[in-house]
Design a binder for this molecule. Structure first.
Ligand SMILES: Cc1cc2nc3c(=O)[nH]c(=O)nc-3n(C[C@H](O)[C@H](O)[C@H](O)COP(=O)(O)OP(=O)(O)OC[C@H]3O[C@@H](n4cnc5c(N)ncnc54)[C@H](O)[C@@H]3O)c2cc1C
Length: 275
């Protein structure tokens, strides 16, 4: 997204559409030159701090010879931003003096804009040459009907306390009932209970759902870095001293193998669950 001024954020006035076969697979090497060319007319170049943005924006910033401001959670003024540091344990206010401001944004920290009903004009842009040093070979995707972990309104996560991969079906049942995404701690991923695209935390995904349910997760600082900004946090843990309770809005000190079947029973009694 390229903007004349960051104060224009709420309204998209113009969309520049660039089409070429080499953009089909979203290779950052091909996108960067097109963005750099367009950036000549803009002061701010903004992108999500997701896997794609983290690959693309440093290339753009390097080409423009500017210092990127990463993973912001608030725009204080057109040149000053708030961003978490030290795995979310502190916040830095960062001011950039660069003329071109390259910024990546933590998507869940901002309200989504309307995706329909706008009046933006759509212009055709000029494609850049194909970057020949990198070739796209193949993409392996995990297809799922579940909400995407990074943007889900409800996340149900399991940790090492689940004991094995089979027991994760208890998490799946609850998630299915609530229309939730499934998350996991790194310990659960490392133990092979679930694949690593479910990992929440410093080295996994950062989530800010309306409801985060942590089950059998101790609440290590690296896990908290990925979920502690969730609006409501519920923790189930048999250890009353577990650090997860220090960030939980609701805590249940209980054995998850007793608590989860009871929870499912209560959910099943409800006729309608709002998804
Ligand atoms: C550089 C670095 C990066 C890291 N990045 C991440 C990251 O991105 N995400 C992440 O999660 N971790 C990350 N970690 C690992 C992190 O430090 C912890 O080791 C990990 O989060 C622990 O996972 P856990 O809470 O599932 O396991 P544990 O700490 O072993 O906790 C298991 C919990 O389950 C509870 N429990 C056990 N049985 C039951 C039961 N029957 N009923 C109820 N409760 C039960 C226990 O009381 C305990 O609190 C990182 C570590 C490092 C060094």
């Amino acid at each position: 997204m390229l903007l004349k001024k960051l104060s224009e954020l709420p309204v998209v006035k113009k969309v520049i559409s660039i089409e070429a076969p080499h953009y089909e697979n979203f290779t950052a090497e091909n996108f960067a030159p097109a963005i750099v060319k367009l950036a000549e007319n803009y002061s701010h170049i903004v992108c999500s701090a997701n896997t794609f943005g983290k690959n693309l924006m440093p290339r753009v910033a390097a080409h423009l010879d500017t210092s990127q401001v990463s993973d912001i959670i608030k725009v204080i003024s057109p040149d000053t931003f708030l961003r978490p540091i030290y795995a979310g344990n502190a916040f830095a206010t960062v001011k950039t003096n660069d003329t071109k401001k390259c910024v990546t944004i933590r998507p869940t920290s901002f309200e989504p804009c309307e995706s329909s009903g706008g009046t933006a004009t759509i212009e055709k842009g000029e494609a850049s040459e194909e970057f020949s040093n990198t070739k796209f070979i193949k993409r392996e995707e995990i297809k799922s009907d579940r909400p995407e972990l990074g943007t889900a309104r409800i996340v149900v996560s399991g940790g090492r306390g689940m004991q094995n991969g089979d027991n994760f079906k208890l998490i799946t049942e609850v998630a299915d009932k609530l229309g939730a995404a499934i998350g996991a701690s790194r310990a659960a991923v490392d133990a092979g209970y679930i694949s690593n695209d479910h990992q929440v935390g410093q080295t996994g995904k950062v989530v800010v759902p309306d409801l985060y349910i942590a089950i059998g997760i101790s609440g290590a600082i690296q896990h908290l870095a990925g979920m502690k900004e969730s609006k409501v946090i519920v923790a189930i843990n048999k250890d009353g001293e577990a650090p997860i309770f220090s960030v939980a809005d609701y805590g249940l000190e209980a054995d998850l193998f007793e608590a989860l079947p009871q929870f499912m029973e209560e959910l099943n009694k409800l006729n309608t669950i709002q998804k």
